[in-house]
Design a protein around this ligand. Structure first.
Ligand code: PGA
Length: 257
């Protein structure tokens, strides 16, 4: 099987207007065929999903929500459920992004969101990452805990199941910086092996081997190639650079077949 890479754009709140969102989506729609072997996923702010979905139409570019409520239906003012974002065109959801964790999301809440996503039939891009750079290695146990608690009770469906899971490893200290401050490929490779091993302890082995492990944290066109080749990842979750067409295109080019 030919390996496909995932390149995901997390627009965070960088994009706040439908016009701007539509402009980026229209360019990517035109260019998507230039990146064979890449599964592109865009994560706009939830209210902009319909505008982006409309522009993308039937292209292969997938859409996702940046978070969902742990609830489904009922008296939860302000919450946006998996069913809502699915109806707006999302097929993926980011769960456990460090900016959500910093706003108070606990490992238990992340686990509840994974379940809510599964119930809504959304694919999960589960974000994990340590806060501090730790040369003593203690961060490995943080990552193991984040993975095991988020996937607690998650019986990964067999191939063809409705919910796919991808891991986005994003060390918090590397997010929103410059390419020079991103993780080094050698360290990344070590972490990818650790995450894979941890997944085989949590999930069915075959399922664990299939899970794409992405990297996020100050990826741009200047470091993507080395991170991909030497880091052993299956693609990237890109923040700031995903809102700049030229920078995002450079990353997509690195990942194409
Ligand atoms: P960054 O963000 O690419 O701007 O560092 C990555 C992320 O937070 O997903």
């Amino acid at each position: 099987m030919v390996k496909k890479y995932i390149v995901a754009g997390n627009w965070k709140l960088y994009i706040e207007r439908a016009e701007e969102a539509k402009k980026i989506a229209a360019v990517l729609k035109r260019k998507v065929k230039l990146f064979p072997g890449v599964d592109m996923v865009l994560f706009p702010p939830a209210p902009l999903l319909p505008a982006v979905a409309q522009v993308l139409g039937k292209t292969s570019v997938a859409l996702g929500a940046q978070t969902i409520s742990v609830f489904s239906g009922g008296a939860h003012t302000g919450d946006v459920s998996g069913a809502v974002v699915k109806d707006l065109g999302a097929s993926w959801v980011l769960v456990g992004h460090s900016e959500r964790r910093a706003a108070g999301e606990t490992n238990d809440m992340v686990c509840a969101q994974v379940r809510a996503a599964k119930n809504a039939g959304l694919h999960v891009m589960l974000c994990v990452g340590e806060k501090e750079k730790d040369h003593g290695g203690a961060h490995f146990s943080d990552i193991a805990l984040q993975l095991s608690s988020a996937l607690n009770g998650f019986s990964n469906p067999p191939a063809g199941g409705r919910t796919r899971i991808a891991i986005a490893y994003e060390p918090v200290w590397a997010i929103g910086k410059t390419a020079a401050e991103a993780m080094q490929p050698g360290e990344l490779e070590e972490m990818v092996i650790f995450i894979r091993k941890t997944l085989t302890d949590i999930l069915d082995r075959t399922a664990a081997l299939r899970v794409p492990i992405l990297y996020g944290g100050s990826v741009d066109g200047s470091n993507a190639r080395q991170l991909l080749r030497e880091g052993g990842v299956s693609g990237f979750l890109v923040g700031r650079a995903s809102t700049d067409i030229d920078a995002f295109t450079e990353i997509l080019n690195v990942c194409k077949k």
